[in-house]
Design a protein around this ligand. Sequence first.
Ligand code: SAM
Length: 254
Amino acid sequence: MSETGRPSGNPVDPETQSHSQSRTGNTVPEPRVASMFDSIAPVYDRMNTIMTAGLDGRWRRAAVRAARLSAGGSALDVACGTGKLTAALAHAVGPTGRVVGVDLSPAMIEEARRAFNIGQVEFVVGNALALPFEANGFDAATIAFGLRNLSSFEDGFREMARVVRPGGRVVCLELTTPRPKIAGRLYSAVFGRMAPFVGTAFGRREAYAYLPHSLNGFPDAEELAETMRRVGLANVTVRRLALGAVALHAGEVR
Ligand SMILES: C[S@@+](CC[C@H](N)C(=O)[O-])C[C@H]1O[C@@H](n2cnc3c(N)ncnc32)[C@H](O)[C@@H]1O
């Protein structure tokens, strides 16, 4: 899928990529992002399991722990997709808690509703950059593998921080380019070829060609931590998972 518009949206070789070349957001227009995820919604979970070798469940559990929820608490799962993290958050808050999953793609939300009919969970269609919720309403907001799809990463974090109460948590699980550089090069070569290959096997080649592309020029883990600090989040931490291919960021709302 070709990207047009801002020059900084051009694919960048992770080997040569410097901080100044990182993108501040996804340059693919939102309606196109939504229709692409609509098209892969029925096969998303199966493809995810293949592409992550089944490790995604472990990463999501780490994200839930980073949200530091307790029984009766509340959480918003932004870009919830088919709802796996949303359901894990619901488990953490228990039947007296409240968890909402929000996603731009109606088909993803349909899949989530079908898969998880849990009393304390609600799934709604909505945009991460204009969350349909009041300020300070949740104990935590999470986003898993969704941030790199947003047209502004900073605005995404700002919206998450807005809907979380002071002292609450903002958590982001996202692919990242591993360091050292040689590992990064190997990783992007494997991911860049594997995603479209798996996509072809499921009849969704174009959509899955977008995935490695969306990672090109994406800020590295330290830059992303800095973005979180810029929106006012405190005590920002970064934890690398999956040999550094996945980063778990967490910060506290002041
Ligand atoms: C790679 S999937 C991740 C889904 C899920 N969080 C997971 O961990 O499997 C990315 C999701 O982000 C959603 N998305 C993309 N742009 C969005 C936006 N502006 N607002 C809300 N959701 C968005 C897509 O529809 C898609 O469901």
